[in-house]
Design a protein around this ligand. Structure first.
Ligand code: C2O
Ligand code: CU
Ligand code: CU
Length: 538
């Protein structure tokens, strides 16, 4: 049997070197650990430098906190391209426009290697932050790409082999707002009326320093911090006028899943998700919000008196994290309990307020005849075998693509994502394509493995995908009822929460770029444990 733990960081580096020696391993001209230089033929509209470095920032009252963060420096481009969130460890917010040519020079001033991924952006492999491209301390990696995405809220974060969770946890992350003509024409709230909100959880020791505790349980279930931070600050409150706002939420937590709800029972009006605006607004009593997901909210404060306060809470739910883990992690801020996230206080009365458009966008849906494999979905089985989380029975390998992971470029593929507790022996890779995921999913909740059942936010790099169906075949209908009405599957997604017992079908395009693109669980501890694979688009 293959040793699933063989990929220690050292082992990985050695195999990367071996790969560099064998000429065609990448097939796309990328040399692992060779920092990429600026090219002379690329003429950027935006040119900026991002430095990963250690820093000291105020977070809690008293002593400042040692963090790792991105700091930015605009070399060329419109002034609004870079804005630093005040008093925060978060990196600068990048504002980009569809069609722009962007160069980002990433400099590593950390004491270890790193690489950055532009989550949600549809870019070539050598601009995607593949773990193979990690640079050493002191080196610079130059990214060059064109912004192909429609208007959407994305983010950047490290994608370092086995160190993504710790690097993100210590502060490395920032938002990317992309704008386009289609969205601008709607006249949605903008400027001071559009507020990005990055929600994260952290724990601190007595000296106000970040504590990343939890040991083996943390690796198994993910990290759950005991404090909520929004844009890097505790007890976050926004002062608002009595009018309409657009709140752009990003779940930047390592593992924590939220159930967003307003404390006064006002339904949430969702206008967009990961890949941009929905076709039309959707009202929900609550919205489930998994790591890496984005939720674009239309919030109308008009008619609320000055001094009134609206609180966004995370409401109670069950079934997504094993009960034993739920009570073990989070230092009192247990996932699935009810607790506040941030507040909005009305401080000024105004009369003008834009109206919510009935139609927001046109999304081109992929039709059945456009799918390369309409009757044989490719599996993404979330497997748990021998205490090892994996995808399709295999953990991350830098040089071993399975047949089901080879994708012809220019196709749209049907995938079926489901839980498989049937042993995780890698059998799915051996021609299990199209295997009834329903049957396997239905086994969730049985026996020993049932205790480990948990939801996984599954992320695919590259172009966003469409969720075609979500079927619940699990056994705990009561638990499922606490989350069901908050699952939003319309619009374009790049991360989808897959609960125990769910079978989800997606249509995912692979256009333009050949190369290796990751897919993984965005519970960052799971990702680092190996719950990550890559597609070879060829
Ligand atoms: Cu946000 Cu591959 O990750
Ligand atoms: Cu990504
Ligand atoms: Cu996971």
């Amino acid at each position: 049997m293959r040793n699933k733990f063989a990929l220690t960081r050292r082992g990985f580096l050695m195999s990367a070197a071996a790969l560099a020696a064998s000429s065609d391993a990448f097939g796309v001209g990328m040399q692992p650990h060779a920092p990429r230089m600026a090219s002379e033929t690329f003429n950027p509209d935006v040119d900026l430098e991002l430095v990963c470095k250690r820093d000291l920032v105020p977070v809690l009252p008293g002593k400042p906190t040692q963090v790792w963060r991105y700091s930015g420096n605009l070399l060329k481009g419109p002034e609004q391209t870079l804005t630093a969130p005040p008093d925060s460890y978060l990196g600068p917010l990048l504002r980009l426009t569809k069609g722009q040519k962007v160069r980002i020079r990433l400099r590593n001033e950390l004491p270890e290697q790193t690489i950055t991924h532009w989550h949600g952006l549809h870019v070539p492999m050598d601009a995607d932050g593949h773990p193979m491209a990690a640079i050493e301390s002191g080196q610079t990696y130059v990214y060059e790409f064109e912004v192909k995405n429609r208007a959407s809220f994305n983010f950047y974060h490290p994608h370092t082999h086995e160190a993504t969770a710790t690097q993100v946890y210590h502060g490395l992350a920032g938002g990317i707002l992309i704008e386009d003509e289609e969205e601008r024409a709607l006249g949605l709230p903008s400027g001071a009326y559009e507020i990005p909100l990055v929600i994260q959880d952290r724990s601190f020791d007595d000296a106000n320093q970040l504590a990343y505790w939890g040991g083996m349980h943390r690796n198994m279930f993910g990290f759950y911090g005991e404090r909520i931070l929004v844009n890097g600050r505790p007890n976050y409150t926004i002062d608002v006028d009595s009018r309409t706002y657009r709140l752009r939420l990003l779940n930047g937590s390592n593992a924590r899943i939220y159930k967003l709800m307003w404390d006064d029972g006002t339904p949430l009006t969702v206008i967009g998700v990961d890949g941009g605006l929905l076709e039309k607004p959707e009202k929900r009593p609550y919205v489930m919000f998994a790591p890496a997901e984005r939720i674009d909210l239309w919030v109308d404060f008009s008619g609320r008196p000055v001094g009134s306060k609206l609180v966004m809470r995370s409401g109670e739910f069950s079934g997504l994290v094993p009960p034993m883990a739920q009570r073990m992690m989070g230092g009192g801020l247990f996932v699935g309990d009810d607790y506040p996230l941030f507040a909005a206080t009305v401080t000024r009365a105004v009369s003008d307020s834009p109206k919510l458009p009935e139609k927001l966008a046109t999304i081109r849906h992929s039709r059945r005849e456009e799918l390369a494999n309409p009757d044989r979905p490719r599996p993404i089985a979330l497997t748990m075998g021998h205490m090892q989380l994996a995808l399709n029975g295999r953990t991350y390998e830098s040089d071993n693509v399975m047949d089901i992971e080879r994708i012809p470029v220019g196709t749209t593929q049907l995938f079926e994502i489901y839980h498989d507790h049937g042993g995780g022996m890698g059998g799915m890779g051996m021609g299990g394509m199209g295997m009834g995921g329903g049957m396997m999913g239905g086994m969730g909740g049985m026996g020993m493995m049932g205790m480990m059942d948990m939801a996984h936010p599954v992320h695919l790099h590259g172009e966003p995908f469409e969720v075609l169906s979500r079927v619940y075949e699990g056994r705990d209908a009561d638990a499922y009822a606490t989350v069901r009405d908050g699952l939003i599957d319309s619009g374009l997604k790049d991360t989808v929460l897959v609960g125990p017992g769910e079978v989800i079908r997606i249509a995912k395009p692979f256009n333009d770029y050949k190369g290796r693109f990751m897919y993984h669980c965005h519970n960052l501890e799971h990702e680092d444990m190996g719950m990550m694979r890559e597609f070879s688009v060829e």
